[in-house]
Design a protein around this ligand. Structure first.
Ligand code: PEP
Length: 251
């Protein structure tokens, strides 16, 4: 079975009002969207319920983070069980902004991934190298190490709940998109690694999406790569061009 194309929109800590969030949802609700693509949007946690209640049913909603415990004295956190209770089916984990600004290690992200899957959430698991690591020829090793922490704590069957987002740190929010060659090379390496460390069938079935300065202008070419199964989109997911990115394989 071919892997279903997947497009995620990571709103990050944007927009800064409920009205602006409504405008984005209105654009998505009135657009002609590729019905063969799985679409997931991740607004800030404060707006999750509003978005869940107003967005068209074909678009799923994701949190941008969660804790690894079900409940307890963890001020400011949201648990996987609470997200499931609120009918939020997805969570983004391991985003480079969480790794860099909030000190999240690969082991901690692995713990959260395991807890999220146990609660029946699906996970967009982000990995990617810095510019320094790429220039030192360490891309594959860095990404494998990030994935290894997750491989170590999951069962083979858990992988059906994961989409891997390859997001080179140097491409996130910089306007410097990876070339389709760079994206394909890194994502094929990820698939090969998953084949060897988990199983060939998990590697074959797992969606590996690209993230980092994806726009309507570059998404079409990226989408033609055999190991690019979709996108995780930050800045452009707040703009009308997100519709064109979702439809990148149509036009
Ligand atoms: C992201 O936040 O995951 C991302 C890829 O951001 P941008 O598209 O803005 O580079």
């Amino acid at each position: 079975m071919p892997r279903q194309f997947f497009v995620g929109g990571n709103f990050k800590m944007n927009p800064s009002s409920r009205d602006q969030t409504k405008s984005i949802i209105n654009i998505l609700n009135s657009a002609d969207l590729d019905s063969t693509t799985e679409i997931v949007i991740a607004p800030p946690s404060l707006y999750l319920m509003d978005v869940k209640e107003t967005v068209r049913s074909e678009i799923q909603v994701s949190a941008q983070n969660c804790h690894h415990k079900d409940s307890g004295a963890f001020t400011g956190e949201i648990s996987p069980v609470q997200l499931v209770d609120a009918n939020i089916p997805w969570v983004i984990l391991g985003h480079s902004e969480r790794r860099t600004h909030f000190g999240e290690t690969s082991e901690f992200i692995a713990q959260k991934t395991k807890a999220a899957l146990k609660a029946t959430l699906k996970v967009i698991l982000c990995v990617g190298e810095t510019l320094e690591e790429r220039e030192a020829g360490k891309t594959a090793a860095v990404v494998q190490k990030q994935l290894q922490a997750v491989v170590d704590v999951l069962q083979e069957s858990d992988w059906s709940g994961i989409v891997i987002a390859y997001e080179p740190v140097w491409a996130i929010g910089t306007g410097r998109v990876a070339t389709s060659f760079q994206a394909e090379e890194a994502q094929l390496d990820i698939r090969t690694y998953i084949s060897q460390s988990v199983s060939p069938s998990v590697a074959e079935n797992t969606r590996i999406i690209y993230g980092g300065s994806v726009t309507a202008a570059n998404s079409k070419e990226l989408s033609t790569q055999p190991d690019v199964d979709g996108f995780l989109v930050g800045g452009a997911s707040l703009k009308p061009e997100f519709v064109n990115i979702i439809n990148s394989r149509l036009t």
